[in-house]
Design a binder for this molecule. Structure first.
Ligand code: SF4
Ligand code: SF4
Length: 286
């Protein structure tokens, strides 16, 4: 999401606009949800921080749509645009999450798997966003992809394959466009935004009971579900040792068993399993 936001911002900047983008993520490791904000304007941008009423929200992982803590629909109105990487139709998603926003879906994961062989979604997601929201011409998007992917150190071969995936997403996306910006409230002099000072019991929470992390399920974060094929498993315990969530336990015969309520779908286990006994299944299809 962070890189997709950078690419869209770069494309807007190449189109002559002032741009600001800022990702936000905590200490969680791979597989955890990330949010990134993008502002753009023809004039200078003085605002900083959260965008509470976005004109558009872009969602790479549709499983977060109904996740209350992710709050991906917060601030969206009937004029807002909601772009979702999904195999489902706009109608299905609107029904499922009860939003008034204008929904557009495109199966970006399949495009990435087809052309890149992995779920590298950032560049095609940026292509989808730039076209559907009417933000940038293809030439700007292509230049932005090349610049941003070179900056993160990708090889020319991978950059070109990402370009192909981005173009396919750009071509497949409908041109919907953003609504006219809402007029700023006529409040005279704007007051500065003051960050509220949180009470210490919230700002520095203490662990007051054991095993409370069991109550925090992370199954809704998964795009892919790891599946262990027992007949291929050599019981080397590597997945058990490396799972960052402690979501793999051993059964009485010492075979690994995944706790799907707490597996966040990072696929570290799949990557590290020596005999390739772990496969992945897209949650949309599970
Ligand atoms: S079980 Fe695998 S995919 Fe799930 S959290 Fe652990 S390492 Fe990640
Ligand atoms: S890493 Fe693979 S082979 Fe080793 S215990 Fe896990 S599933 Fe079995």
């Amino acid at each position: 999401m962070k890189l997709a936001s950078r690419i869209v911002s770069r494309a807007l900047f190449l189109g002559g606009l002032n741009v600001q983008d800022s990702p936000l993520y905590g200490a969680e490791r791979r597989g955890a949800p990330v949010v990134a904000f993008t502002r753009f304007s023809q004039g200078p941008i003085h605002e900083r921080g959260y965008i509470e009423k976005p004109d558009m929200a872009v969602l790479m992982d549709p499983s977060l749509l109904t996740h209350p803590e992710a709050a991906v629909l917060a601030g969206l109105e009937d004029t807002s645009l909601l772009l979702v990487n999904s195999t489902h139709t706009e109608h299905d998603l609107r029904e499922r999450c009860q939003t008034l926003a204008r929904v557009v879906t495109l199966d970006i994961t399949s495009i990435a798997l087809d052309l890149l062989g992995h779920q590298l979604l950032s560049a095609p997601m940026a292509g989808f966003t730039a076209k559907a929201a009417g933000l940038a011409r293809w030439s700007q998007v292509a230049e932005a992809v090349q610049m941003e992917l070179a900056e993160v150190g990708l090889t020319q071969d991978l950059i070109q394959r990402n370009l192909g995936a981005t173009q396919r997403a750009y071509d497949a996306a409908p041109w919907v466009g953003l609504s006219e910006p809402r007029p700023a409230p006529a409040t005279g002099v704007r007051r500065p935004f003051v960050i509220p000072r949180l009470p210490a019991r919230i700002a520095t929470p203490v662990i007051s009971a054991e095993a409370t992390s069991l109550l925090r399920t992370t199954d809704g974060w998964r795009v892919y579900r790891p599946i262990i094929e027992r007949r291929l498993c050599t019981r080397c315990f590597i997945c058990f040792a490396l799972c960052p969530e402690g979501a793999i336990q051993l059964d009485l015969q010492n075979y690994p068993v995944i706790d799907y309520a707490h597996c966040k779908g990072c696929l570290v286990c799949l990557t590290e399993c020596p005999p390739k006994a772990i496969s992945q299944l897209r949650e949309d299809a599970a």
